[in-house]
Design a protein around this ligand. Structure first.
Ligand code: NAD
Length: 506
């Protein structure tokens, strides 16, 4: 909390419970800051157990009627919601830039990717279709159906204030669940606007609720007996904690964690194309993307040339407010985070890596209080260095040199994170081998940030996702529903004999 802020003129973001904005009962709060100016712009309540109880109770009350609303009608509300999201696309993106700091075009793109999830979910009647097998026995039929779970919750990170919530609640409510969203307390405003738009689209009160808060609010959700499923996206230690707590509570859970994404550049790659792609993937959104490329694995003789091209492009990045035209890279989320990133650069130097470009201490004129840091580039990095081992989540790109594709694949498969990865090559054979042998959830072939489109599902492996189902797309529908198989016989007037053996239905 920023004790120096003048709170008298600063609005407090409310909670959204039972279809309306309401004040929290909790007296704890945190500051929301504009990272480009360093100024506190809003206050956000940190919900307590009573606030969570009110939100879950509202969702529980709304569940039976929403579950029984035909999927086609639910889809029509989502169609209207989609129209409203499109109409408010820029407003939402501006809120993202205000509270997160990323550039407006980048924020617009991320909102678009969220809208695409809503578009896919308007097909929910098709997605919920079951199977039917007539005559599994004489006069016996079997069919399957998928039913909603009840109250579901989503806990989301600061770096995608619109897109990541949209990975969750449209899918859950399309399936007939009700939802309590707990967005990151650093970026609360976009979720409130989305809740208002959904109400305008005709969503019944209580189907979507929004609470703000920190560990206290999250724990109250995880331990609440009426919460049936938890979707989480955030850092690996918290993802693991969420997964373990939900397992103890017997709740369904998908907990997406952090990342260290490698891009392999083979000797036959188009180096200009690869360098351009890598610059955007490493430094876009100031490296605060779970799919950012943070490690380049240069194979064989390409390293010298590649590092030179990366340096030349990174030096030219325009760093400034995300609202200014032409900005390539905005600030990072907080002063604390900026100093942590700077500390990693110190550690890299101390460990003996070659600092090719130093982003520490970067100042943006007119934005001296903003949380800016320049692009850093390291060469000659080893796998035992903290700049390689840890997720830095900032504009720091490390280059490791290997002798072969085999060595690159082995390095990536040994890394505890396994969210995304990419290979740059002109060889179909090498790309095919990479695709098959790499043990990572999302793979790009000459595509640096292979975020799956909304009709596929998003998720990593190992420490990048705890749980069985990825988010949105077909796996999202499976996560938010459970299966039932019904076996039916309509006996005629002949009395059936009592059966004592395992039925074989023949
Ligand atoms: P975070 O883990 O600090 O916070 C995520 C959410 O958890 C927030 O809503 C926060 O309020 C809550 N939280 C924080 N501490 C908690 C605690 N001790 N107990 C319970 N809840 C707690 O993550 P962040 O800093 O907001 O986001 C950045 C991280 O998210 C990075 O590690 C990034 O890789 C990851 N991320 C992953 C994906 C993915 O799809 N795998 C996508 C986006 C971001």
């Amino acid at each position: 909390m920023n004790k120096s802020a003048d709170h008298s003129a600063i609005a407090t973001v409310p909670l959204w419970i039972n279809g309306k904005a309401q004040a929290a009962t909790s007296t704890r709060s945190a500051d929301v800051t504009n990272p480009a100016t360093g100024k506190v712009t809003r206050r956000v309540p940190l919900a307590n157990a009573a606030d969570i109880e009110a939100a879950v109770a509202s969702a529980k009350r709304a569940f039976p009627a929403w579950r029984d609303t035909p999927p086609l009608r639910r889809a029509r509300i989502l169609m209207k919601f989609r129209e409203l999201l499109v109409a408010h696309h820029e407003e939402l993106a501006r809120l993202v830039t205000d509270e997160h700091g990323k550039t407006l075009p980048d924020a617009m793109g991320s909102v678009q990717r969220g809208i695409e999830v809503v578009e896919f979910m308007t097909g929910i009647p098709q997605l919920l279709k079951g199977e039917h097998s007539p005559d599994v026995g004489t006069g016996v039929d079997t069919h399957s159906l998928r039913q909603p779970l009840g109250v579901c919750t989503g806990i989301t990170p600061f770096n995608f204030p619109v897109m990541v919530p949209l990975w969750m609640f449209p899918v859950a409510i399309a399936c007939g669940n009700t939802f309590v969203l707990k967005p990151s307390e650093k970026v609360p405003s976009a979720s409130m606007l989305m809740a208002e738009l959904l109400r305008e689209a005709g969503l019944p009160d209580g189907v979507l609720n929004v609470v703000h808060g920190d560990k206290e609010a999250v724990d109250a959700l995880l331990h609440h007996p009426d919460v049936k499923a938890v979707s989480f996206v955030g850092s690996t230690p918290i993802a693991k904690y969420i997964y373990e707590t939900c397992a103890q509570e017997g709740k369904r859970v998908q907990a997406l964690g952090g990342a260290k994404n490698h891009a392999v550049v083979l000797a036959d790659a188009d180096l200009d194309f690869a360098a351009d792609a890598l610059i955007g993937a490493a430094y876009g959104s100031a490296g605060e993307r779970c799919m950012a490329i943070s490690a380049v694995v240069a194979v064989d003789e390409v390293a010298d040339q590649l590092v030179a091209k990366l340096k030349a492009a990174a030096e030219k990045l325009k760093i400034g407010s995300g609202h200014d035209k032409g900005t390539d890279m905005g600030p990072v989320i907080s002063r604390v985070h900026r100093d942590k990133i700077s500390g990693y650069v110190d550690q890299g130097v101390a460990a003996g890596a070659k600092l090719v470009l130093d982003g520490r201490g970067h100042q943006v004129p007119g934005h001296e209080d903003g949380f800016f840091i320049g692009a850093s580039l390291f060469d000659g990095v080893r796998t035992d260095m903290s700049i390689y081992r840890d997720e830095i989540f900032g504009p720091v790109l490390v280059v490791l040199r290997v002798k072969s594709l085999d060595e690159a694949i082995a390095m990536i498969n040994a890394n505890p994170f396994a969210n995304g990865t990419a290979v740059f090559t002109r060889s179909g054979g090498a790309a095919r081998r990479f695709e098959r042998e790499i043990e990572v959830g999302m793979v790009g072939i000459n595509v640096p940030i292979p975020v799956p489109i909304a009709f596929y599902s998003f998720g990593g492996w190992r420490n990048s996702l705890f749980g069985d189902q990825h988010v949105h797309g077909p796996e999202g529908v499976r996560f938010y529903t459970r299966g039932k198989v019904v076996t039916t016989r309509w006996p005629d007037d002949k009395a059936l004999p009592a059966g004592f053996n395992m039925p074989t239905l023949g």
